[in-house]
Design a protein around this ligand. Structure first.
Ligand code: S3P
Length: 433
């Protein structure tokens, strides 16, 4: 795709619904009792992977308009007749492995080339400790993995990387394990599973201690089917907030955005840098906080360093944050973020390579990068590495760069945001894309 500079962006947008909440709504609805109505679910390649898997496990799902009606199986599923395919989705692979670990039958889960290269031992190891039999490539660290589960026992687990996927996988397994499953994370990661389970009537205990944030769930609790609303995805909204911040004379209203504090780090950092960000009409819907976000172009952006406990709340927004950092008045850094190397692509490499091509001085570290803000980008040839967030972040970069930018593959946006380029066209007024 060829992209050139735009004049400004204006208007209102309700980006597609949250990916993390949609995955969880499908899975927790499937394990629960009674029917779950998932309102305004995200229909994208990743969430379709989760949906297809639960269907293969014998779950009845009705699609009607923007809603999904899921019939809960009370934790008793059917042995799948074929291999389960998680596609490009790490959340599908890891959360589903937790669910399959509770089932006495044989199942195999695989994924696309990117997912087959991503680490699975982070869930396989604790699930084995709970009693599941799991084997796979490289000792169970790579898909495909084969699972025979059942008869699980609760464990105490230290979630060293503060991964929400690991926590959620163990919590799902813990619902059907004997005793208590306890997870400690040094930094609090996205807490949608905790919130949704509570909303579905499950008792979840949360505590702050010296070691970090502790979550406990007792086995034998089956979630009640509920009506769950999926708000707009803050990770998808971030691309437009970044664009409006960088382009003079812009103003956009992002509607119904999930602003859960474990997810809105990007907006908080943008504001700290000098971005004009305002939360309007803050409200609670089915256990989550939602707001409309007004974004106006910034006059000046200060540099910032991102590390420590803020990281989980903006981990998927680092590529677009890197583009904003290129316009800050000084050197900005992202450190302690080695996890970025095992996302849909090696996002440290992808950001460093592409920003350098756009004329920016970037220093690469094992666990992050430092970007020298120059206030301008030059058009370049961008490689997405098949990663949706790299494609969308560098599309924004192309829209604010001098000259022409070419993006090698834009198909990958289907993973989280199939109508990304249509929505862009709506808010780009005097530009060309
Ligand atoms: C997700 C958790 C995060 C995030 C991913 C979605 C989730 O991954 O990067 O895109 O829905 O639980 P980790 O759990 O690996 O940190």
């Amino acid at each position: 795709m060829r992209i050139t500079r735009i004049k400004n962006v204006k208007g209102e947008l309700r980006v597609p619904s949250d990916k993390s909440i949609t995955h969880r709504g499908i899975l927790l609805g499937a394990v629960g009792k009674g029917k779950t109505l998932l309102k305004e679910w995200l229909d994208s390649a990743d969430t379709r992977s989760t949906l297809n898997i639960v269907k293969m496990l014998g779950v009845n799902v009705e699609e009607s308009g923007k809603d999904l009606l899921i019939e809960g199986k009370r934790g008793v599923f059917k042995e799948p007749v074929d291999i389960l395919d998680a596609g490009n989705s790490g959340t599908t692979a890891r959360l589903t492995t937790g669910l399959l670990a509770t089932q006495p039958f044989f199942s195999v889960i695989t994924g696309d080339e990117s997912l087959r290269n991503r680490p699975m031992l982070r869930v396989v190891k604790p699930l084995r400790e709970m009693g599941a039999i799991i084997d796979g490539r490289e000792g169970g660290n790579r898909l495909p993995v084969a699972i025979r589960g059942g008869n699980l026992k609760g464990i105490s687990f230290f979630n060293k990387k503060s991964s929400a996927q690991v926590k959620s996988s163990l919590m799902i397994a813990g619902l059907f394990a004997e005793g208590i499953t306890e997870i400690t994370e040094p930094f609090m990661s996205r807490d949608h599973t905790e919130r949704m389970l509570k909303y579905m009537g499950v008792e979840v205990i949360q505590m702050e201690t010296e070691k970090g944030h502790i979550i406990k769930v007792k086995g034998g609790q089956i979630p009640n089917g509920e009506e769950i609303y999926c708000p707009a995805d803050p990770s998808s909204s971030a691309f437009f907030a970044g664009l409006a911040t960088l382009v003079e004379g812009s103003e956009i209203l992002l509607k119904d955005v999930l602003v859960n504090p474990t997810r809105d780090g990007f907006f908080r950092v943008l504001k700290k840098m000098g971005g004009k960000i305002e939360y309007i009409n803050v409200r609670e819907i089915s256990g989550e906080t939602v707001a409309d976000i007004l974004v106006k172009s910034a006059d000046k952006l200060e540099p910032v360093t991102i590390e420590g406990d803020i990281l989980p709340s903006l981990i998927d927004e680092i590529p677009i944050l890197a583009i904003v950092m290129a316009f800050a008045d000084g050197v900005s850094c992202v450190r302690q973020a080695g996890e970025l190397r095992v996302k849909e692509s090696d996002r440290i490499r992808a950001v460093v390579v592409n920003l350098r091509r756009m004329g920016v001085n970037v220093e690469e570290f094992d666990d992050g990068f430092c970007i020298e803000g120059k206030g301008k980008l030059k058009g370049a040839f961008i490689e997405t590495y098949g990663d949706h967030r790299i494609a969308m972040a560098f599309t924004v970069a192309g829209l604010v760069a001098e000259g022409e930018t070419h993006i090698d593959d834009t198909e990958c946006v289907n993973v989280s945001y199939p109508r990304f380029y249509d929505d862009l066209n709506i808010i780009v007024r005097n530009g060309y894309i």
